[in-house]
Design a protein around this ligand. Sequence first.
Ligand code: NAD
Length: 268
Amino acid sequence: MSLLKDHVVLVTGGGSGLGLGLARHCLAEGAEVVIFEISADKVRALREEFGPDVLIVQGDVTSLADLRACREAITERYGRLDALIGAQGIFDGNVPILEMPEERLDALFEEVMRVNVKGYLLSARVFGELLRASQGALVLTTSTAAYAADGGGAVYSASKGAIRSLVGQLAFEFAPLVRVNAVAPAGIANSQLSGPRSLGLDAQKQSDIPQDAFLSMFRSLSLLQELPTPEDHGPLYAFLASRHNRIMTGQTVVADQGLLNRAVLNRG
Ligand SMILES: NC(=O)c1ccc[n+]([C@@H]2O[C@H](COP(=O)([O-])OP(=O)(O)OC[C@H]3O[C@@H](n4cnc5c(N)ncnc54)[C@H](O)[C@@H]3O)[C@@H](O)[C@H]2O)c1
């Protein structure tokens, strides 16, 4: 496979779940891969899995200094960047607004919006010129929560809606040299998506939900009846990240196994 031959691809939030699967897929498609990840434990595991073939940078996507250090490391090693795939995110715990202590809402908003929105905004700013120089691509990750209720709580859903809007504006501002798109997945197998510290839920991970229960819920709701793995999302992201995409910018692709294409659950 060589869709991404001669491409240098940065995956932010590539330490687990979707981002890790995408990094593996991009590597298999011939890319030079860079992974940016906040968790020290995950960075260790990444170094064990990939060795020196993949540039792994530890950092926080909400920190300008960390992103600049990543840009320096990429410039030093490759001198270019062809695609940035944003895959970081945190969940809001799906706590209904009225069940949340009033005084926690401010901190929850700051925490979730910081990672889920500001992280993408800052990385677009820091890597934008490199992408322009290579006539590259930016691919962000939103969610079906940007389209329909109950994919998360109010703050997560608002953050994912903001990414949809961000994609439109960035596509406009980065045109004609850089293509900017997003993917909106529904459920993802093997995700470690974690809850917010501001509600004391940061130890909670999506992977805590028993796999069987998650799978059967997803099967009962989605038309394709499978819970996709991170790697299943690889070909779509790889296409959007590649120079082969000459036709799409400013779009969010709903990659939801047909979940949203169902109004009433009246079929067995
Ligand atoms: N899990 C799902 O079912 C699902 C569904 C729709 C959309 N999504 C979205 O997919 C994306 C990936 O989520 P996932 O399910 O793979 O979760 P995940 O937690 O397995 O992966 C996210 C990665 O981002 C890292 N990260 C978090 N904050 C960071 C920061 N400040 N700086 C750098 N890295 C940071 C995490 O450590 C983790 O490695 C998220 O944007 C999520 O909202 C997930």
